[in-house]
Design a binder for this molecule. Structure first.
Ligand code: AMP
Length: 473
């Protein structure tokens, strides 16, 4: 078995890994680290949970070691590596990892993201940091304010590039890339590779090595089940599943922020401790909710796709799709929250008749049908479920994974061998608008820096004035 030392990492980095309990590299680390240490551009197909953060961060850190110094002058600490992530949560997690990996080397890092005062970020930026983790919008706010310089960046990492694209960050990304020196190392990671991601990779990466760890690796450990149900009975069904099966640490996805809040409230009314996280919540609220959820003191976390992105909870046991995502690739992202690090998990989808078309898209993308189990007492009425008539109702029980059944026992539709390519995310022309800096963005005025994204303008009537860095669903 390969060790981190054999991958060529420096002793100070190895010491930090040892202290973190990283014993052996994960498959993506084993593949990426040696190449990235040589300065190769990398295009990585990997989801959160595979260890991709260390895969890009460790070689990045090692390549900065010659610049590591304890000097106090800001000029000695220019930004040399830029890591872009789609969401604040992911940015925070990545920077926490960087902090841990650099524990024994004098390299500084900082995370900047929107939704919080820019003023706290400026003084730290002024003292100088070598590694900056940022969400695109806030980074551009700093560029606009001239509170950071990117002209010495020698490494660029785009993490969860597909999500950045989905969230409309393409114009921002282009603008940021144009500000960087052309001589640099690039690494881009994405869980999915629709056409637009390939184009983005072509435009940013220089003859990259493509590295893939089993795309649906996380799903291998995840039992998937669909519960057909009338849309008006979803809430009761969810409460029933939680109570009757005594589910704890349940991450529930809803399609909208409004639905997210409402569901959390209703669960609380039913005596099930729940909280909601979405783009309208302040950073502090999100962190508080996440901490309570991670600690196990809060049973259910209801989230939108964007807010849940990057949540890293070891061995999250249950993910519930209260609403099916309209974009099939989001399903893969969602269920990637569970079954981490070899632990098994269960992905439960509550599917109303109107959502069967999304289910079909998902099944097409993952290359197999998901077993449908009608929960007694929650039968959708006959007119509701034409898609399920061929599948007999089954009792509510822990389901076997359909993929494990012998092919001959499965319905023909399930015995597909051809995996169709991923579909491009639907385009939203509102998102294609270029970055517009807030008018006269003085460094001392946070509100002036609050740059509504195009989508936020549309949603302005429904939300609090707190600005998420990223558009949310
Ligand atoms: P990531 O996919 O980068 O979000 O990492 C998922 C989780 O795995 C994080 O909690 C990491 O700290 C952890 N991790 C990453 N690499 C290793 C490793 N080689 N050994 C043990 N844990 C790891």
């Amino acid at each position: 078995m390969t060790t981190f030392a054999e991958l060529g990492l420096a002793p100070d980095i190895l010491r930090a890994l040892d202290e973190m309990g990283y014993l052996t590299p994960t498959p993506i680390q084993e593949q990426v680290i040696p190449l990235a240490l040589q300065g190769a551009d990398i295009l990585g197909a990997a989801q959160t949970g595979t260890g991709k953060t260390a895969a890009f961060a460790l070689p990045l850190i090692q390549r900065l070691l010659p610049f590591a110094n304890t000097g106090t002058s800001p000029a000695k600490h220019p930004i040399r590596a830029l890591i872009l992530t789609p969401t604040r949560e992911l940015a925070i997690q990545v920077e926490e990892a960087v902090q841990a990996y650099t524990k024994h080397v004098p390299l500084r890092s900082l995370v900047v993201y929107g939704g919080v005062s820019i003023n706290t970020q400026i003084p730290i930026l002024k003292t100088g940091v070598e590694i900056l983790v940022a969400t695109p919008g806030r980074l551009l706010d700093h560029v606009q304010n001239k509170t950071l310089m990117l002209n010495q960046v020698n490494t660029l990492v785009l993490d969860e590039a597909d999500r950045m694209l989905d969230m409309g960050f393409m114009p921002d990304l282009k603008r940021i890339v144009a500000l960087l020196p052309t001589q640099r190392v690039n690494m881009m990671f994405s869980a999915t590779f629709p056409e637009e991601i390939r184009k983005l990779a072509d435009s940013i990466l220089n003859q990259p090595t493509f590295i893939e760890v089993a795309r649906n690796e996380t799903a291998v450990n995840v039992t998937q089940v669909v519960h057909p149900v009338h849309h008006e009975r979803k809430r009761q069904l969810l409460a029933h599943l939680i109570m009757s099966r005594d589910l704890r640490q349940v991450l529930v996805f809803t399609g909208t922020k409004l639905g997210c809040n409402r569901l959390a409230n209703e669960l609380n009314k039913l005596g099930i401790h729940a909280d909601a996280i979405h783009g309208d919540k302040t950073q502090q609220e999100r962190i508080k909710a996440l901490d309570a959820f991670k600690a196990g003191t809060m049973r259910v976390l209801v989230a939108t796709d964007v807010a849940a992105r990057g949540i890293d909870i070891e061995a999250l046991p249950f993910v519930v799709n209260y609403d099916l995502p309209h974009n099939a690739e989001d399903y893969v992202h969602r269920i990637g929250r569970t079954g981490r690090a070899g632990a098994s998990g269960e992905a439960i989808s509550l599917v109303s008749e109107a959502e069967t078309r999304y289910l079909k898209d998902i099944e097409k993308l993952i290359g197999s049908d998901i077993e449908a189990v009608i929960v007694p007492g929650f039968e959708p009425d006959a007119a509701d479920v034409p898609a399920y008539q061929s599948r007999p109702p089954r009792p509510d029980r822990p389901v076997e994974r359909s993929a494990e059944r012998p092919a001959a026992e499965r319905p023909a539709a399930e015995r597909r061998t051809q995996r169709p390519g991923p579909k491009a995310a639907p385009r939203d022309t509102l998102f294609e608008a270029p970055y517009e800096p807030s008018a006269a963005a003085p460094a001392d005025s946070t509100s002036a820096l609050v740059r509504p994204t195009p989508k936020e303008q549309v949603a302005a009537l429904f939300r609090s004035p707190v600005k998420p860095d990223s558009a949310d669903q």
